[in-house]
Ligand binder design. Sequence first.
Ligand SMILES: NC(=O)c1ccc[n+]([C@@H]2O[C@H](COP(=O)([O-])OP(=O)(O)OC[C@H]3O[C@@H](n4cnc5c(N)ncnc54)[C@H](OP(=O)(O)O)[C@@H]3O)[C@@H](O)[C@H]2O)c1
Length: 252
Amino acid sequence: MSGRVAGRVALVTGASSGLGRRFAQVLAAEGAKVIVAARRKERLDDLVKEIGVNALAVQCDVTDEAQVVAMFDAAEAKFGLVDTVINNAGMTHASNAVTQDIAEFRKIMDLNVTSVWCVAREAARRLIKAGPEKSAHGRIVNIASMAGRIVIPNVTAYNTSKAACAHLTRSLAREWARYGINVNALSPGYVATELTEEWLNGEGGQKTIGKSPRRRIMDETSLDESLLFLCSDAAKYVTGTDVLVDDGQSMH
Ligand SMILES: NC(=O)c1ccc[n+]([C@@H]2O[C@H](COP(=O)([O-])OP(=O)(O)OC[C@H]3O[C@@H](n4cnc5c(N)ncnc54)[C@H](OP(=O)(O)O)[C@@H]3O)[C@@H](O)[C@H]2O)c1
């Protein structure tokens, strides 16, 4: 451990599985205090047991504004002002647009776009209120996707939401630049997690892997360094960008 994020108070949404769980572990290993949030509390409790005293589990449905505010209250009460946010909670659902239900489309947009905005807004409100010295350390990383840049078939809502997430990131970065708050997106290609497991093991997934330039998908460790960079002091001058980490998958 070299302590690249030592002293930071980092909140990770969607930390009960997959990438979010990994992001929390990586940030904690590099010295941050971490708040892990999701709806499945038992899973968060297990993660906190693993990380130790520098972690706090908060049950939160990030699509609920009141729960988002309460999550920040709980985080602040335990570790002080949250200066680092990983907006990672997200979902997809494969469906042809012709048969997709409007409620399902809205659900994807609500989680992948509106809640990202809501969590970022709450973080920024508190950082700005705390004054320029504190806000200058603000780091918000929104987990977008390669799907925001290319079209993945049969996930129109997901593709759309991730393109929106990347542009939301640029818009917020512009608004909060004068406070020193950096807002960036991190866009993964396919990583094996619960979100992608079923599809990757099926015919469609195997075909996609076969067509990808390196004939492989990434594992959960593949985003560690990019995440740490965006959260660290090394990224002081990096804001409003979208870092694509896809092993070349989008170039097939
Ligand atoms: N895996 C990939 O290949 C890939 C590629 C590009 C981008 N991404 C993006 O990376 C992020 C993480 O994906 P993943 O693969 O790790 O997926 P995952 O394993 O399915 O994890 C999604 C997480 O989001 C949480 N979540 C869902 N709805 C929530 C809500 N309403 N409130 C709070 N938390 C909620 C889930 O926890 P609970 O169910 O406990 O709430 C879970 O922890 C997503 O934004 C995804 O779009 C993934």
